[in-house]
Design a protein around this ligand. Structure first.
Ligand SMILES: [Zn+2]
Length: 128
């Protein structure tokens, strides 16, 4: 990912192999791989101009009180899929990213507030 004062041989996005710098917004929201991941959850999702606008848009699309947990787990899954590609040479796939998301979300679910527990459980069961 492109950082100030951090020199790497290349800053190009490995997930889409485009001549695009891998910025935070590209990796998590603009990259075709990320957009495919988000489309599993929100059919109407489109990249916004800022990270705050992206999170706000996802909140409106997801319509659940635990939207931040879902958003965090999707971005975590995308990042883990990317890191596994770079450091473990594991070919990135939507299937693998979805499995990471499901595994991580199940861990988050066990720490969910009891008031959201039932709704969270229904959402997870419906997503699988
Ligand atoms: Zn990309």
């Amino acid at each position: 990912m492109l950082h100030k004062n951090f020199i790497l041989p290349s800053y190009l996005c490995i997930m889409c192999n485009r001549l695009t710098n891998e910025t935070r917004d590209h990796l998590f929201f603009e990259c075709p791989f990320a957009r495919a991941c988000w489309s599993y959850l929100c059919s109407q999702v489109a990249p916004q101009s800022t990270i705050h606008a992206n999170i706000s848009s996802l909140r409106k699309e997801l319509k659940v009180p635990f939207h931040l947990e879902i958003t965090a787990m999707v971005t975590w899954s995308i990042r883990k899929t990317r890191n596994d590609c770079i450091f473990e040479e594991i070919t990135p796939s939507l299937f693998r990213c979805k499995k990471i998301f499901n595994d991580e979300l199940n861990l988050v679910f066990h720490r969910a507030k009891r008031q959201s527990y039932h709704t969270f459980k229904q959402w997870i069961d419906a997503f699988r």
